[in-house]
Structure formats: structure tokens, C-alpha cells
Design a protein around this ligand. Structure first.
Ligand SMILES: N[C@@H](CCC[C@H](N)C(=O)O)C(=O)O
Length: 284
């Protein structure tokens, strides 16, 4: 029987099994299988997926994220905050500001430390990508998708498309508690107009600085929070004239709050909590 050491961490209830690949060896061809196994709440550890904390050729640390269905994602906002906390607290980095490599590029993290422990993290998530080709979404390559009418199963909705290194489809609702997360979410996720699938976000605007948010994640379904999704929601809200550029917006997710600013220079800043739940040995 084989085994590896893991740490379970969460960002606002979006939990992953983290493996320190500076020390552990997992076979590339088994990563998808391991992600599915550890995520299972009944027969595994229970999580929204698996995150590998890896050595990098271009940064002090690299993040790889696998959803609970075994698919590999290109970015993960809550994961980045937890990777930053882990890297700092385990001495992978010594500075409080450092670069993390992801499959969608480099981001800069800054940890806020109290008594040697990281209690929150800010990540500069970089610039959102807005063209259909970048999201990706079928249609004229250079077009942006802002409140575009779109039909699903005979009903009309309005979608705004944003890539934060991974794809997001944002929909506005009047009351967040009635958002069709588990009904419309899986339909949009797998719709052929999004050739790589899509994360699906529902947003209720409270006021110019506050949003309610629920998510159906590509590859994981309902989660308590999605960092890249919350960034996409803020970008979409600026594009739709509902919130302001260069001003911090509080996003209320099921698992807690994130503080997000789409800066004048184009970068999106995300700040929020990152927490360690437990460590252990996983056998497979
Ligand atoms: N929970 C994440 C996003 C994880 C990846 C996503 N499901 C995808 O496939 O793109 C976050 O906090 O951003």
C-alpha cells in the first residue's frame, strides 16, 4: 500500500487536500484518480479537490489544482491564498511577498502574519481576459460578452463572460437565496458554447460596494466559495455598471467574505482568509 502526507486547508469553506510536492512523489498519471479518491466524503478525506504545492523553474512555488471530478483546473483563488499560507509557514518562502506560478501564469501573493501564522492573504490575480477567444466561448473571437442574451432549455438569461485564467459565466439574480445554482449551474457548465466548460456564478447586487454570490464550479459542483469566481463577479459588475472600478467590493460568499478591487491598471486584487484544518497520512 502506498501513502502520502497531506494537509487539508480551506479558504471560506472551499476545501482542498494539499500535498507538498517538495517532499512527496505522486505519479503524474495517477493525479486525476487521487483527486477523485481524496475528495470523496464517504471513502476519502472529503474536499472540493486536490492541490499540489510544487517546485517551479520560474517562481519559489507553483500551484496545480484538480477538481473533485479529477479534471485539472488552471487557476484557483482560494487555493492560491492557502498555498501562500502553507509556503510561508513551512519555510518554502521567507519573504511576505512572493510569486506563485499557476497553469494560467504568474501571480503575486502577500501574506499578513500574526505571531508567526498567516491569517489572511492578498493575491494580485492579474488582468481579467474578456474576449470570447480567451474565455473561451464560441462566437466572434475578439468580442466581449457583457449581459448577452443566451437561451438554456427554452428560457432566456443574460450572461457576462470573464476569464481569470479559468472560465466564468456570471448571471445576475434578484434574490440570491432563489438562485438556480443546482439546476441551471450544471447545464451551463457543460454547454457546448463553452468548449472547455465553465464555472457558473450567480450574483445579487446589494449596493455599489457589496455583492451576494453563489457558485456552481466546473468539475466540483456547489462549493462554499470560489476566489476566481468572486473576482469574475466583480469584473462583470464593473462592466455592467453595477460596481465601480478601483474601489473595493465586498463579496459575500456562502463560506464568508472576500475583498476585491479591479484596479485602474487592470489588475484584480483579492484579499481574504486561508485556514489549516488538519494534517494526516492518506493510504491508497
Ligand atoms: N475554487 C476555485 C476554482 C477551482 C477551479 C475551477 N473549478 C475550474 O475548473 O476552473 C477558486 O477558488 O477559484
Amino acid at each position: 500500500m502506498r501513502s502520502f502526507l497531506f494537509t487539508k486547508m480551506h479558504g471560506l469553506g472551499n476545501s482542498y487536500i494539499y500535498v507538498n510536492m517538495f517532499k512527496e512523489r505522486l505519479a503524474e498519471e495517477e493525479l486525476s484518480y487521487i483527486a477523485k479518491r481524496v475528495s470523496n466524503v464517504h471513502t476519502g478525506i472529503g474536499s472540493d479537490g486536490l492541490i499540489l504545492i510544487c517546485p517551479s523553474d520560474v517562481a519559489p512555488v507553483k500551484m496545480r489544482i484538480f477538481n473533485s471530478d479529477g479534471s485539472e483546473g488552471k487557476n484557483c483563488g482560494n487555493g492560491l491564498r492557502c498555498v501562500a499560507k502553507y509556503a510561508y509557514e513551512h519555510g518554502i518562502v521567507q519573504e511576505e511577498q512572493f510569486i506563485i506560478e499557476t497553469l494560467s501564469g504568474l501571480v503575486e501573493a502577500r501574506v499578513f502574519v500574526e505571531d508567526g501564522k498567516v491569517n489572511s492573504v492578498e493575491v494580485n490575480m492579474g488582468k481579467p481576459r474578456l474576449s470570447r477567444a480567451e474565455i473561451p466561448m464560441i462566437g466572434k473571437e475578439d468580442d466581449v460578452v457583457v449581459s448577452e442574451p443566451i437561451e438554456f432549455e427554452g428560457h432566456m438569461y443574460y450572461v457576462t463572460g470573464v476569464s481569470m485564467g479559468n472560465p466564468h459565466a456570471v448571471f445576475y439574480v434578484d434574490h440570491i437565496e432563489h438562485a438556480p445554482v443546482t439546476t441551471l449551474g450544471p447545464i451551463v457548465e457543460k454547454d457546448a458554447r463553452f468548449p472547455e466548460g465553465v464555472n457558473v456564478e450567480f450574483v445579487e447586487v446589494v449596493n455599489e460596494r457589496e455583492l451576494h454570490f453563489r457558485v456552481w464550479e466546473r468539475g466540483s459542483g456547489v462549493t462554499q466559495a470560489c476566489g476566481t469566481g468572486a473576482c469574475a463577479a466583480v469584473v462583470a459588475s464593473v462592466l455592467n455598471g453595477k460596481t465601480k472600478r478601483n474601489e473595493e467590493t465586498v463579496v459575500h460568499l456562502a463560506g464568508g467574505d472576500l475583498y476585491i478591487t479591479w484596479k485602474e491598471n487592470g489588475d484584480v486584487l483579492m484579499r481574504g482568509a486561508a485556514e489549516t484544518i488538519c494534517t494526516g497520512v492518506y493510504y491508497y
